[in-house]
Write a protein that binds this ligand. Sequence first.
Ligand SMILES: Nc1ncnc2c1ncn2[C@@H]1O[C@H](COP(=O)(O)OP(=O)(O)OP(=O)(O)O)[C@@H](O)[C@H]1O
Ligand SMILES: Nc1nc2c(ncn2[C@@H]2O[C@H](COP(=O)(O)O)[C@@H](O)[C@H]2O)c(=O)[nH]1
Length: 199
Amino acid sequence: MMPVLPIQSIATTEERLHLGRLIVLTGPSGVGKGTLMRSLLKRHPELYYSVSVTTRSPRPGEIDGKDYYFISRSKFEQLLAEGEFLEWAEFAGNYYGTPREPVLNQIHFGKLVVLEIELEGARQIRASFPSALSIFILPPSFDELEKRIRSRAQDSEEAIARRLLRAQEEIKAANEFDIQIVNDDFETALNDIETVLFK
Ligand SMILES: Nc1ncnc2c1ncn2[C@@H]1O[C@H](COP(=O)(O)OP(=O)(O)OP(=O)(O)O)[C@@H](O)[C@H]1O
Ligand SMILES: Nc1nc2c(ncn2[C@@H]2O[C@H](COP(=O)(O)O)[C@@H](O)[C@H]2O)c(=O)[nH]1
């Protein structure tokens, strides 16, 4: 019988990436990335969504292993030192990272793998995986972005202020990415993403 080899022993990272494709969805906090992603996954269950690791505390209703893997800072730092992340960043006082192996494995098996991540991580992916397709989601206006963050009602005033400050910098970087989509009318933005991915 053929021995079952771990995927990392039969192909280099770059070879593994030629089979499937890595898609990065980025943009400022509150622009609607997560909401767009959830609708996209409902319409296209064949997509593989990479569940990130974070040191942020769970918000009400968030489920460990589904929304994020919630871990301590010391555990995150250990995983980082062990090279377990494809990309990572510190955002608004917490660490976030994409687990390396599940993503590379899914790409190897021919899947479209979608990451929903902030700017620094998206830049790291662009640098390490030039074949990745990157989509930057923009708000129709900064006022609307603030409204959306507040309407979510899940962040402290301090966290909202940090996210808005960071959003100003993030929006300036929109042109670094392959495609820019304005999330004004939700259905239109969702259709635009589908067009980029499937048509
Ligand atoms: N097109 C839209 N029009 C109006 N509200 C929207 C639209 N898209 C998303 N929203 C709302 O904006 C709020 C923020 O959306 P969401 O949490 O998906 O943003 P996000 O970019 O994933 O934020 P974060 O990066 O902080 O996780 C939610 O209440 C969501 O329902
Ligand atoms: N670089 C990374 N950014 C990530 C990852 N997972 C999520 N995020 C981004 O962080 C902010 C804040 O998220 P929130 O859930 O606390 O509102 C947001 O922009 C996410 O897209 C990741 O693995 N790496």
